[in-house]
Design a protein around this ligand. Structure first.
Ligand SMILES: [Zn+2]
Length: 621
């Protein structure tokens, strides 16, 4: 919230609409672009990655359609870019310099780049060439030192463009409702490899890699990774890019990706993107995964050795339909991406791993949602969040994800799961390669699903789901028998009725362990924690999720034997969901706050700018 207030105070921004005025559905309040005047339709990127000075440098050619006759001022989004020169590419041999200016920098939105385009340019399309370089602090780039990678031999670069970080490494119309195809030529140091959310083209020699993305995508899905990467195939259309020391483990962990792909196609229609590969990033990646088309970016924290955390892969794959194919028109509509994706993820996981595991995963998700609903103000508990004047990264709570998925499950409970699967299949067909808003979805739902069983739901029930805070009473909640057994065992052990060596925890799955730990009371005697740790070596677990749940208990109860693990966990992992709650827990006591600040001082230089943005507000307040 600190950065938000600063943004509002300093910003000479386009998001000046007062929150009391009605929101305009479909209007993107987080871009300077005017899509009614011009629309970018193709990007041709040619940049060199310099690790020594942490810069991308080169040119972006944008092919632009003039939508409004007579429009002459093209406005692009940028953030912290050094713009050198702008030309109109009149033809293959002729560049005409164009006048341009850069507007005031808004801390949240960056700076508009205004380009005066001559009236004679384009009929209706024209191409502008922008020569530019990024700055070392670019919010969408992370330059990782060799020491922070898996192999520790070469540095690593990766991008994270969602939500509005593409503008920090490419000047463009950075709005999810503007789709473009792209080509790219990436120059990297000898011995390193570039990969993108695109099809690699032949002829990658001497550090020059070329790519083509023939399907039109929004800017937040443009992605680049550079590292000392190897590739392992896991199926006819699937494979893994990773550093050499983890590539085999990753290929083994994610061997079921092709099977997931087949299940998804059967339920929701053809996979339209060619290949589906994974790029395993260094542990500082601030998210679990990012659904960059053809090449999802994945945190290494889900390589558990037992395929217990592969729901993440099902999730990113599901985005190939909800999100990448049918896209949120604005960040307010993110629930159309994420809620549907979590629902699809559940359908995939059920088919591949069975009902019992999916019931456990949904139960854990529900607990996370409930925890977050307890802390969020009501206006952030609705599916379509009003983000005017706010950082769009604020929308990434559990609400669009888990509440969004529960909405689709609720439709399934009223219309039948197969009917809803079919509806989604047709919805993806109908809106493919388009960006839509909440109101368009609702109109489509009312026209295509509701008439199939007019008595199934009422308008006020639908209203409550889409516009009211909290979880509607009619939500259909998951239930796990396995977890009910774990609950009983936990109670008996805590009450002293069951000795620790009779807990069947050696047979537990990751999910059962997480549920066992998350269900602990706030205060647990240190003697009990010592007993559990001695029996199962919990502090040393190699599973990042189990360790996370355990460390939260350790912080609450000041269980000192876990401090070295807490330190190494926070200084190696940068995944925001796994570290933010640990810092928040630490900050609740003076001793914890001192510990948090000491660890953060060492960890901060290796965190991603997106994680730093979140954590500064928690630890440095
Ligand atoms: Zn997602």
């Amino acid at each position: 919230m600190k950065t938000l207030i600063a943004a509002l105070a300093l910003g000479a921004s386009v998001v000046s609409a007062a929150p009391s005025t009605p929101i305009v559905p479909g209007r993107d309040y987080h871009s300077y672009a005017d899509p009614a005047a011009f629309r970018v339709k193709h990007l041709d990127l040619d940049v060199e990655a310099s690790f020594a000075d942490r810069r991308l440098s080169g040119v972006a050619d944008l092919t632009v359609s003039r939508v409004a006759a007579g429009a002459t001022r093209l406005t692009l989004d940028t953030r912290d870019l050094g713009i050198r020169q702008v030309w109109w590419r009149k033809d293959a041999a002729t560049l005409v310099a164009l006048r341009h200016s850069i507007g005031a920098r808004d801390p949240m939105l960056g700076s508009p780049l205004h380009i005066d385009v001559p009236v004679e340019a384009g009929d209706p399309d024209f191409t502008v060439r922008i020569s530019y370089q990024t700055r070392p602090q670019a919010s969408g780039l992370q330059w990782v030192e060799a020491a922070q990678t898996a192999d520790k031999t070469h540095p690593f670069l990766f991008t994270q463009s969602q939500a509005i970080h593409a503008r920090s490494w490419i000047p463009l119309q950075d709005s999810p409702q503007i789709r473009m195809t792209y080509n790219a030529t990436i120059h990297v140091p000898t011995g390193m490899r570039a990969v993108m959310s695109a099809q690699p083209l032949d002829g990658n020699v001497d550090g020059v890699f070329r790519f083509e993305m023939p399907q039109a995508i929004p800017s937040y899905l443009i992605a680049l990774g550079v590292g000392k990467l190897e590739f392992r195939s896991t199926g006819p259309r699937t494979g893994v890019y990773a550093e050499s020391s983890i590539v085999d483990a990753a290929a083994k962990e994610f061997a079921e990706t092709e099977q997931m792909l087949q299940v998804s196609e059967k339920l929701f229609g053809p996979y339209r993107w060619g290949r589906y590969d994974l790029l395993i990033l260094p542990p500082s990646f601030p998210f679990g995964g990012m659904e960059n088309p053809r090449l999802s970016f994945i945190t290494p924290t889900v390589i558990a050795g037992d395929r217990s955390l592969t729901a993440l892969i099902a999730h990113e794959l599901a985005h190939s339909w909800s999100g990448n194919l049918v896209t949120n028109a604005t960040w307010r509509d993110l629930w159309l991406n994420e809620g549907f994706t979590v629902y699809l993820q559940g359908r995939i996981m059920r088919a591949v791993y069975g009902d019992a595991r999916e019931a456990m995963e949904e139960t854990l998700d529900l607990a996370t949602l409930r925890g977050e609903l307890a802390t969020l103000p009501p206006h952030d508990q609705v599916l379509a969040v009003d983000l005017r004047g706010r950082d769009p990264d604020d929308v990434f709570t559990q609400v669009p994800y888990i509440k969004g998925a529960l909405f689709v499950s609720w439709l399934g409970s009223r219309f039948g799961v197969e009917v809803v699967d079919r509806f989604l299949h047709d919805y993806f067909d109908h809106f493919q390669f388009q960006s839509i808003d909440t109101e368009q979805f609702r109109a489509y739902l009312e026209a295509n699903l509701l008439p199939q069983k007019p008595s199934a739901i009422t308008a006020s029930e639908l209203d409550e789901w889409i516009t009211a805070p909290g979880l509607p009473k009619n939500a259909v909640l998951p239930h796990s028998d396995a977890f009910a057994r774990v609950d009983q065992l936990r109670r008996d052990w805590l009450a002293g009725k069951l000795p620790v060596d009779l807990l069947p925890a050696k047979q537990w799955t990751t999910h059962e362990w997480v549920h066992f730990l998350d269900g602990m009371p706030k205060q647990v005697p240190v003697a009990k924690l010592t007993e559990l740790d001695a029996a199962f070596d919990v502090t040393a677990t190699g599973n990042s999720e189990v360790a996370f749940s355990w460390l939260r208990i350790a912080i609450r109860n000041e269980y000192a034997p876990a401090w070295p693990r807490l330190d190494s966990y926070l200084t190696t992992i940068g995944r925001r969901r796994l570290i933010k709650p640990l810092y928040e827990d630490l900050m609740k006591t003076p001793a914890g706050a001192a510990r948090a600040r000491a660890i953060y001082a060492r960890a901060r230089p290796n965190y991603h700018p997106i994680a730093v943005n979140t954590l500064d507000g928690i630890v440095l307040r």
